[in-house]
Design a binder for this molecule. Structure first.
Ligand SMILES: [Zn+2]
Length: 190
């Protein structure tokens, strides 16, 4: 998109956000809020920075190893945005894989989580995408991803369930068909 077209879009969105604020009952004339529509646009570009990268690329630099014990990266904090309400959901992701001769740097797993979290998302898809990325690039013997998250669209609207958390799990390979490996993983992330 040409710069001029982009600017026209920004003006249109700013105008729409003003209209939204008015619809919500916001009275005009508070100078502090003049900049809000533009700040919202900038914030949305940050929330969705993951669309402008390919998270699987983080995994492409690998190291050869002979060991094949599970590698667990737990408590990876993330912030994402529910695609149904544009409300934040956030929490932690835990990832484990059993390598088949190839491993990646530990921080790279966190980069993959970040790359998929920074999009309009649903928790189920986020969990799947992380598992699929590890599966497709590292081709491990098994991978499992668990996500615990709090959704502000659930806790702040309608029935107020402030403490409710959503837990999702996706696995491939040996983690799908070996209950003992799964329970070792579940113990490790407790
Ligand atoms: Zn929602």
């Amino acid at each position: 998109m040409e710069l001029e077209q982009k600017l026209t879009k920004v003006y249109e969105i700013e105008h729409s956000l003003q209209t939204l604020m008015t619809l919500c009952g916001q009275q005009d004339g508070i100078p502090d809020l003049n900049e809000t529509p533009f700040r919202v646009i900038k914030a949305f570009l940050e929330y969705t920075v993951g669309y402008r990268e390919n998270p699987t690329e983080h995994l492409e630099k690998t190291f050869d190893i002979s060991q094949n014990d599970p590698i667990i990266v737990k408590d990876i904090e993330f912030y994402s945005m529910c695609e149904h309400h544009f409300a934040p959901f956030f929490g932690v992701a835990h990832v484990s894989y059993i390598p088949d001769k190839k491993v990646t740097g530990l921080s790279k797993i966190a980069r993959v989580v970040e790359g998929y979290a920074r999009r309009f998302q649903v928790q189920e898809r986020l969990t799947n995408q992380i598992a699929d990325a590890v599966q497709s690039v590292l081709k491990p013997k098994g991978v499992i991803v668990a996500i615990e998250a709090k959704h502000l669209c659930v806790s702040s609207r309608g029935v107020k369930k402030e403490e409710a958390k959503t837990f999702t799990v996706v696995s491939h390979g040996v983690y799908s068909d070996n209950p003992q490996l799964r329970s070792e993983f579940m113990m490790a992330i407790k």
